[in-house]
Design a protein around this ligand. Structure first.
Ligand code: ADP
Ligand code: MG
Length: 347
């Protein structure tokens, strides 16, 4: 079991930032509105994520760190219409296999929670200790790769590993503007991204990521060169078969490069139902659109809200790749709308 867990850990826990990503996703799946991330030594000393989500019932604490235990999918068939970020029950057990992990959680307002410790092998069932804890969950990961020296040796400098962590926190902040996120490194505050309400588009009552959150999360001012994007895809919904709630749209922002801005201020972010994904066909399309409008570079944060039946997220261990079913139709709409916007820009 140790070997299997370490193999799984190799796929999921590639570096400290990957741990941060999994812990943040769990906090968001638990409905947290405040998440604090505390890092020491670029994540090699400690990674701690504190959330105010639903918490874990004492009876489920051990399950949470058991491989392939997930509270999120009842059976494999459900994988089709998945709308939580996690679903394989792999992350916590994989992290526990290669670190000293403490899980603390409270699921009610009693002010009391339970705590358990795991370090590498899960030989005996961990004991639960009662502790003082507000509703929510704290996961503390210390000494990452203490039992996998080769992995530890592969890590880059503290600065590099922390930069990756900071990028993850910014990306999550852009996925969920309604969540307050803070990031500390060696006890110094590095990011504070307060929750902000979505902007409402006066034309169609659809919401969009507030520009202020985008600027905060990226740490740059965009006001003059950010273009709001709203693309209605409801014509692609089959009438009748879909529920009335089903919606299909793209919203977000696209911005053009300014000479003073380096490539690093031009992140290219595609979110599908709140999940940051890599979709090469769409990113290639956007690059070509920018090129044909004679733009050196564009950055974007585009949010695809699509019916879950259109998606297959179970394509890759990191869950970053996704299969979208009417992709050609979506790209046709996207190309048309963004092509028009870009042609209207005069630099
Ligand atoms: P997955 O997210 O794929 O279900 P994980 O290994 O990441 O698997 O987590 C296992 C289970 O532990 C989750 O299904 C959830 O029930 C519980 N869990 C983990 N982190 C949290 C958290 N921050 N708040 C509440 N429950 C959590
Ligand atoms: Mg998870």
């Amino acid at each position: 079991p140790l070997l299997i867990n370490q193999l799984a850990a190799g796929e999921v826990v590639t570096r400290p930032a990957a741990v941060v990503k999994e812990l943040l996703e769990n906090a968001i799946d638990a409905g947290a509105t405040h998440i604090e991330v505390r890092i020491t030594q670029g994540g090699m000393g400690m990674i701690e994520v504190v959330d105010n989500g639903l918490g874990i019932h004492p009876d489920d604490m051990v399950m949470a760190i058991t491989r392939h235990a997930t509270s999120k999918v009842a059976d494999i068939a459900t994988l089709q219409g998945i709308n939580t970020l996690g679903f394989r029950g792999e992350a916590l057990s994989a992290v526990a296999a290669v670190s000293r992990l403490t899980l603390t959680s409270s699921h009610d307002d009693s002010g009391v929670g339970r705590q358990l410790h795991v370090a590498g092998i899960l030989a005996d069932t961990p004991k639960l200790t009662p502790v003082v804890h507000n509703r929510g969950t704290t996961v503390t990961v210390k000494d990452l790769y203490f039992n996998v020296p080769a992995r530890r040796g592969n890590l880059k400098s503290i600065g590099t590993e922390f930069a990756h962590i900071e990028t993850i926190v910014r990306e999550v902040a852009l996925a969920r503007a309604d969540v307050t996120l803070s990031l500390f490194h060696d006890n110094k505050k590095r990011l504070l991204l307060s929750a902000s309400l979505a902007e409402t588009d006066t034309n169609n009552n659809n919401s969009r990521l507030p520009l202020s959150r985008l600027e905060q999360a990226l740490g740059i001012a965009l006001t003059s060169n950010a273009i709001p994007i709203t693309i209605d895809l409801s014509s692609l919904l089959q009438s009748g078969a879909q529920s009335i709630e089903a919606s299909a749209r793209i919203s977000g922002w696209l911005w053009t490069s300014q000479q003073s801005q380096s490539q690093t201020t031009l992140p290219k972010l595609l979110y599908v139902n709140g999940r940051l994904v890599k979709e090469v066909l769409i990113s290639n399309q956007l690059r070509q659109l920018a090129a044909s409008a004679q733009l050196d570079g564009i950055g974007y944060a585009l949010y695809f809200d699509l019916p879950t039946q259109w998606l297959n997220v179970n394509v890759h261990p990191t869950k970053q790749r996704i299969r979208i079913s009417p992709l050609n139709n979506i790209m046709a709409h996207l190309g048309h709308a963004i092509g028009l916007k870009l042609k209207s820009i005069i630099i």
